[in-house]
Design a binder for this molecule. Structure first.
Ligand SMILES: C[S@@+](CC[C@H](N)C(=O)[O-])C[C@H]1O[C@@H](n2cnc3c(N)ncnc32)[C@H](O)[C@@H]1O
Length: 486
């Protein structure tokens, strides 16, 4: 007769100490959830970017296939939904979230995400998460996580929303913010830019959770969009003449045309904004172009290639040394001179550039779909600091461009303070003219909300606001300003 199997007690020395950040090696039996949990830990404790940490972790741990897909879904999904999960967790716990041990909170987010937003059966979602928390933080904390997750499992997501969301009529922004797991201030900023608090706001918030297509730019003068599409299995992008859209996953950096420097990875919205600057007809000289915020160099490559075709040269300014290096590497043999200086005091000669791009540092609220945790990390207080810098850079650009030359002000954000707020102020201070920017986005529909457009009230032209849910691009803003002739 077989002897009953005796569980060997785990030696105390093997037990991870309380409060440690998680096991160095994933347990062999659940590498996907362990990786997701470790990503949540890195995001919470050291402000890591999930989309940078996870791919490295998967490679180092040799996690691939279905496990890699599950780890990605759980890590990114829990990061995106964090605020919604936290509201639900707060309703299920008698402690406030601030009082909950960090490892427990990571586990609660991971477990509640599985319960509410995946088809993983309840017992598997809870038991697997509790096991991981027990290994990392001990039995007492695991018991707490188990109890809270059991309460979360009493309702599905819709039922929780019905219980917790504000009334749609009385508070439409709060309602859509919670339903689409966005902070209220971001939902409000989208609503203000769209001029809509209802269906379109919901569509804009939903688009932030969709995986973006990868876009490529064919290097002008080297390859056409048709050729690039044929070489990569992608399709020609709808609006940008050098653009290709890829439907497949995988690392686009490994595509042969990208490795051969015949194409770059670049959102179609970025392509359109850089191109708009080059499409304005100028009277007089057109030989010196400037990119005032160039790192890591995507738009410099496109502008540098177009400058070469036009017989012009590009100066590229970047303040951060490592990013200036990236610009140099990206531009290679193109006629681009990189200056590692502050764009607000570059020392470049005033009035000497024909075309200037200011692709200013911004909140990035227009690219939230690319960074799972970004919506919860950004704070409303970031906006004030950034708009000061954006104003200073745009003022510097107005000084560097020659009379009759053109400046493109671009941000990857629809927040009105960063877009029309900055532009309206600089128009007032410089007497510059806002061109009808939409004319330089030919064939692109639904380019903005007329009633909100910078300069409209003073009879100037219109700026452009792109959106993921309308155009499949990042939510890029672009305004073309002409310096009055002397
Ligand atoms: C939105 S990114 C530019 C993206 C770039 N145009 C591209 O397409 O790859 C803004 C850049 O401005 C740089 N920057 C921030 N402050 C600056 C300053 N005062 N002068 C020049 N560059 C600055 C940042 O380091 C960052 O690389």
């Amino acid at each position: 007769m077989n002897q009953p199997h005796k569980r060997r007690a785990r030696p105390a020395g093997n037990r991870p100490p309380r409060g440690r950040s998680g096991p160095a090696r994933p347990p062999a039996d659940d590498p996907a959830r362990q990786a997701a949990l470790d990503v949540l830990h890195a995001v919470r404790t050291r402000a890591a970017y999930a989309n940078l940490v996870l791919p490295d972790m998967l490679a180092q741990r040799g996690i691939s296939g279905r496990d890699a897909a599950l780890a990605t879904e759980l890590a990114y999904g829990a990061c995106r939904a964090q605020g919604l999960l936290d509201e639900i967790l707060a309703a299920c716990s008698d402690r406030s979230l601030d009082e909950i041990d960090g490892s427990a909170l990571d586990g609660l987010r991971l477990g509640s995400y599985q319960l509410l937003r995946t088809r993983i059966p309840e017992h598997a979602a809870v038991a697997s998460t509790v096991d991981l928390v027990r290994t990392a933080a001990g039995s007492r904390i695991a018991g707490f996580v188990n109890a809270v997750l059991r309460r979360v499992a009493e309702r599905d997501e819709q039922a929780w929303l019905a219980k917790l969301a504000p009334d749609e009529t009385a508070d439409p922004i709060g309602y859509h913010a919670l339903r689409h797991a966005h902070p209220r201030w971001i939902a409000r900023s989208f609503a203000e830019a769209l001029g809509d608090k209802g269906e379109e706001l919901a569509a804009a918030l939903a688009a932030d959770d969709a995986r973006p297509h990868v876009h490529l730019t064919a290097r002008p003068g080297e390859l056409s969009a048709d050729e690039l599409a044929a070489a990569t299995g992608g399709e020609v992008a709808p609006y940008a003449p050098y653009g290709v859209r890829l439907d497949t996953g995988g690392d686009p950096g490994k595509l042969v045309p990208v490795q051969d420097r015949l194409a770059i990875v670049q959102d179609e919205g970025s392509q359109l904004c850089a191109l708009a600057l080059t499409r304005v007809e100028l009277a007089g000289a057109d030989a010196r172009w400037l990119d005032l915020c160039a790192g890591p160099g995507g738009k410099s490559v496109l502008l540098g290639a177009l400058a070469e075709l036009a017989g012009a040269e590009l100066d590229a300014v970047e303040k951060a040394p490592h990013r200036a290096k990236l610009v140099r590497e990206a531009c290679g043999e193109l006629p681009v001179t990189v200056h590692e200086v502050d764009g607000t005091a570059s020392g470049l000669p005033a009035g000497s550039f024909d075309r200037v791009l200011v692709d200013a540092p911004c909140t990035g609220l227009g690219a939230l779909r690319r960074r799972p945790e970004a919506r919860w990390r950004r704070q409303p207080s970031d906006v004030g600091e950034l708009t000061k810098l954006q104003r200073a850079l745009l003022m510097a650009a107005m000084d560097l461009v020659r009379p009759g030359g053109v400046v493109a002000y671009v941000v990857c954000s629809p927040h009105l303070a960063e877009t029309t707020g900055v532009v309206t102020d600089v128009l007032r201070r410089t007497g510059a003219r806002l061109l009808n920017t939409r004319d330089y986005f030919p064939g692109v529909p639904a380019l903005g909300n007329d009633s909100l457009t910078a300069g409209n009230s003073s009879g100037h032209g219109n700026s452009v606001q792109l959106w993921p849910h309308r155009h499949g691009t990042d939510a890029m803003f672009c305004a073309l300003l002409e310096r009055p002739s002397a």
